[in-house]
Design a protein around this ligand. Structure first.
Ligand code: ZN
Length: 375
């Protein structure tokens, strides 16, 4: 009798502890889900619209993001910059934000999407131990907070995953890739939330006849396609000129052709389904890699990791890690300089011109902090 009472008491105690842990975890999950990033429109932003304008099936969903438009007084070429395709790659996200908050377009139009997979910003990858937020101090002393998200769409918005993901091309991938935005192009109007977003982006490029598109990413330093630009075959002459100029700027950049048979990726499908010159840039981010040690906000912002320093000495990395770090201002600077040089290359190869000022240079970025360029 005494023993069974003891069992009941211990069972109740375990239940209470479990309920407390579940409540705390649930509150944390809910706060992340509802967190709104304070992204503000820069002085060069001439208008905004919602992405659902190009797919009404997105209206009212987490994927219906704001598109920032920077339109010059003079006619010219047009470009779309995509940040946040993978919300665990913060340099792409922050480069898109810095672009729309700082750039001023004189001729042509630049469209910026800072949170391409907005659902992915509302959660983290399970068991990765990554931070939920990153913070920057602006020159006026304010703190701006941004979400560090997951590579994939939040399962709350898209569930369950199939065992096998069959892309509209017939290509099959692992089921979880159905929530990877960069395997969902050209998209499906009434498909999953990921497919609705990519359909809207594809339709937006077609309808607005956008000349060039750049998708900004980061990748593990041990991943072979790194410090690289991946280009659709029609974009090769622009990409090769841009890569040469980036190398002359002292920025290590290789050029990779978009594989013709790898479907769902922006550089493949946007190049095939629209007339745009489709490009994608990767920069090395130690906080994403499998060799990383303790993963916290400091690692995301500094890229300083002793395990990667050892890996670099062993010749295992595809990026220059001789300094023992890869700070976010350097990674953002690479993306911003890439945007500038691909615009220059576009202007050399097209009758239409894009004229823009105010984009921070690589040298400016490496000698400052990301927060210095935030409003
Ligand atoms: Zn990526």
């Amino acid at each position: 009798m005494v023993q069974s009472k003891k069992k009941i008491y211990s069972a109740i105690a375990i239940l209470i502890v479990t309920a407390i842990i579940a409540t705390l975890a649930g509150m944390n999950f809910h706060a992340k889900r509802d967190f709104k990033e304070d992204i503000v429109a820069g002085k060069g932003v001439t208008s905004t619209f919602q992405l659902s304008q190009y797919n009404p099936n997105l209206a009212g969903t987490v994927g219906d993001v704001t598109v920032y438009v920077l339109k010059g007084e003079k006619e010219g070429g047009s470009m779309l910059v995509l940040g946040g395709t993978h919300p665990n790659e913060p340099a792409g996200h922050m480069a898109a934000i810095l672009l729309e908050e700082n750039a001023k377009v004189d001729a042509g139009t630049i469209y910026v999407i800072t949170n391409a997979n907005n659902s992915g910003f509302t959660h983290n990858d399970a068991l990765e131990g990554v931070p939920q937020y990153i913070h920057f101090t602006t020159s006026s002393g304010d703190t701006r907070t941004f979400s560090y998200g997951s590579r994939a769409t939040n399962p709350i918005d898209q569930w369950p995953d199939p065992d096998i993901y069959t892309h509209s091309s017939g290509q099959t991938l692992s089921g979880s890739e159905t929530r990877n935005l960069n395997r969902c192009y050209p998209g499906i109007a009434d498909g999953t939330i990921s497919e609705r977003v990519t359909y809207a982006i594809t339709t937006m490029i077609q309808t607005l006849d956008i000349d060039m598109e750049i998708d900004l990413h980061e990748s593990s330093p041990e991943y072979a396609v790194n410090n690289a630009t991946v280009a659709h075959e029609r974009a090769m002459s622009i990409a090769s000129e841009g890569v040469l100029n980036l190398q002359l700027d002292g920025i290590q950049m290789s050029l990779e052709p978009s594989p013709a048979n790898l479907h769902g990726l922006s550089h493949r499908e946007l190049g095939d389904f629209t007339d745009t010159y489709a490009l994608l840039m990767e920069t090395g981010n130690p906080s994403q890699g499998r060799l990383r040690g303790r993963t916290n906000e400091n690692l995301v912002l500094t890229g300083e990791d002793p395990c990667y320093a050892v890996a670099y000495k062993l010749g295992l990395l595809y990026v220059d890690y001789s300094a023992g770090d890869l700070p976010i201002q350097l990674r953002v600077g690479r993306h911003l300089m890439g945007i500038t040089e691909y615009i220059n290359a576009f202007n050399d190869n097209s009758d239409k011109k894009i004229s823009v000022s105010g984009i921070p240079t690589y040298d400016q970025m490496v000698s400052s902090n990301v927060g210095d360029w935030l409003l």
